[in-house]
Design a protein around this ligand. Structure first.
Ligand code: ATP
Length: 262
């Protein structure tokens, strides 16, 4: 039997930022594995190095120590198989919804027919059929976020890196978009590394929740989310297993904040 390689392996990772005045140890001794198709959320106090972790995986910064491997290969430069969704995900304002979602297929040199087919499929999945010819300025914040998600899914990466992707949305829209995102993810089943401040969002979406400690960030606890899928994004929070996890993660976070960094 051939052994399945993990999608992402982070091994003994340390990252240091240098400026004229000081050197900041942002991450230290971070070990994390994401299996193929696994959804992993990272929660942690502000400034603990969550975005730094994503920057290493997206090849934007080099570690001081340790390494990050994608499909068993050390990440050097921006990997093609990685798709990113960030908090302030900019759509191109001069392009329509259809053209924004078509972009990843243009980059991948797909035929015009395929570009449109893929874009329309994901626009439909995010419930924006009928808005193809609209421009970003004609859309609400939630609709723009849907377009950004449709564009990320149209890129079809093997690993999604998501940094507070629902951050700027109001609480209710956040739940609606979260539910839609979960349904879409269940269909594609790709690996995700998801950064959030929201413990409930982390549990509702993930297979594993990782807690990071204060700077220098390290992984202080890991929790398997043993709740079967498909899960309802909102109602799952009334499940006793969810509530138990919520309490445990909350306590782990409170402990991790007590650890003082250098
Ligand atoms: N370019 C940089 N130069 C110097 N220090 C940096 C740089 N980027 C981040 N840092 C520092 O590294 C640490 C980790 O930052 P990072 O943005 O990764 O944290 P975070 O957990 O994503 O924070 P937040 O939750 O507030 O977004 C912080 O102390 C930050 O000040």
């Amino acid at each position: 039997m051939t052994e399945r390689k993990p999608k992402l392996e982070i091994q003994n990772l340390s990252v240091r930022y240098h400026s004229k005045e000081r050197s900041t140890l942002a991450l230290t001794e971070v070990d994390l594995t994401i299996e193929d198709g696994q959804f992993v959320a990272v929660v942690g106090p502000s400034g603990c190095g969550k975005s730094t972790l994503l920057k290493v995986v997206s090849g934007l910064i080099k570690p001081a120590e340790g390494r990050a491997l994608l499909d068993g290969e050390v990440i050097e430069g921006i990997p093609n198989e990685v798709g990113m969704v960030f908090q302030n995900d900019a759509l191109l304002p001069w392009k329509s919804v259809l053209d924004n979602v078509r972009l990843p297929s243009v980059v991948k040199n797909k035929s015009r027919e395929e570009q449109e087919e893929i874009a329309r499929k994901y626009i439909n999945m995010v419930g924006l059929t009928g808005f193809e010819e609209f421009y970003p300025k004609q859309l609400s914040g939630g609709m723009k976020k849907r377009v950004a998600l449709a564009r990320a899914f149209a890129y079809d990466p093997s690993l999604y890196l998501m940094d507070e992707p629902f951050g700027p949305l109001d609480a209710q829209t956040r739940v609606i978009i979260g539910e839609e995102f979960l349904r879409m993810w269940e269909q594609v089943g790709k690996s995700v590394l998801f950064i959030t401040h929201d413990i409930e969002e982390a549990i509702a979406l993930s297979d594993k929740v990782v807690v990071m400690s204060n700077r220098p960030g390290r992984i202080s606890a890991e929790f398997e989310v043993d709740i079967e899928r498909p899960r309802p994004f909102y109602e799952t929070r009334f499940d006793p297993r969810f509530q138990r996890l919520q309490k445990e993660i909350w306590e782990a976070l409170a402990d991790s904040k007590k650890e003082v960094g250098v």
